[in-house]
Design a protein around this ligand. Structure first.
Ligand SMILES: *Cc1c(COP(=O)(O)O)cnc(C)c1O
Length: 218
């Protein structure tokens, strides 16, 4: 378990970037990980986790919520509209707001429940056809529409193209956030979180570097 290693690397990256110690949120991405590995990280005192599938998260997190106080659970994968109700009931933060129809559904659920998870709008910074997220050209309009619906938009999230230098993507995300007055930037994963912190990340999503490689699916 290398939670300590990653925490130490994050602290150095914060210092190098002139950021306050502890100002960057480390989201431990526990998707597909064996339960024992997740429990080791919970026992070590970590409380902020990310999952990319609603159904998988529903199968394991309610029991851990009962055992570990103060959990903060982030949905970081695409959200189907028909799973939105389950998602708002389970997650504290949804990082994958990516289309008008989902915004409508979340706004309706927020009205009904009188509460809504904090939201990040996912931006498809590489304009990749296979990836979800709002296209950069549509971002300003989408952000203002979401705000007009009273949705609690905290910031922006991106997943840069797998095979490219992530830096221009992190910078594009930071620029869109800055011109829209959004504070939070969810960017950076196991291989590039230090770069992301240097570019202003406030939330990094780190899976395999904490838990080890995800076991192959069968
Ligand atoms: C899986 C995943 C991560 C973590 O990836 P690692 O390379 O294991 O750190 C981060 N963000 C998203 C959206 C993911 O799906």
């Amino acid at each position: 378990m290398s939670l300590q290693d990653i925490t130490a690397r994050l602290a150095r990256a914060e210092a190098a970037a002139g950021r306050a110690p502890g100002s960057v949120h480390l989201i431990a991405v526990s998707k597909e990980q064996p339960h024992a590995r997740v429990e080791a990280v919970l026992e070590a005192g970590h409380r902020r986790f990310g999952e990319n599938r609603v159904q998988e998260a529903q199968g394991k997190w309610p029991a851990w919520r009962d055992r570990y106080a103060g959990l903060e659970l982030h949905l970081i994968g695409p959200l189907q509209t028909n799973k939105a109700r389950a998602a708002v009931e389970l997650f504290d933060v949804i990082q994958s707001l990516d289309r008008p129809r989902l915004a409508d559904t979340l706004a309706r659920l927020a009205q009904e429940r009188g509460a809504c998870p904090g939201l990040f709008i996912q931006i498809n910074t590489g304009a990749e056809s296979q990836k979800s997220g709002v296209l950069p050209d549509h971002a300003d309009g989408f952000i203002s529409d979401a705000r007009a619906m009273d949705l609690p938009v905290l910031g922006l999230m991106c997943i840069p193209p797998f095979d490219e230098d992530p830096t221009p993507h992190f910078r594009l995300l930071a620029a869109i956030a800055a011109r829209n007055g959004l504070q939070r930037l969810s960017m950076g994963m196991s291989d590039d979180f230090e770069t992301a912190v240097a570019e202003g990340a406030t939330d990094i999503r780190v899976g395999s570097a904490i838990f080890g490689a995800r076991p192959p699916k069968d």
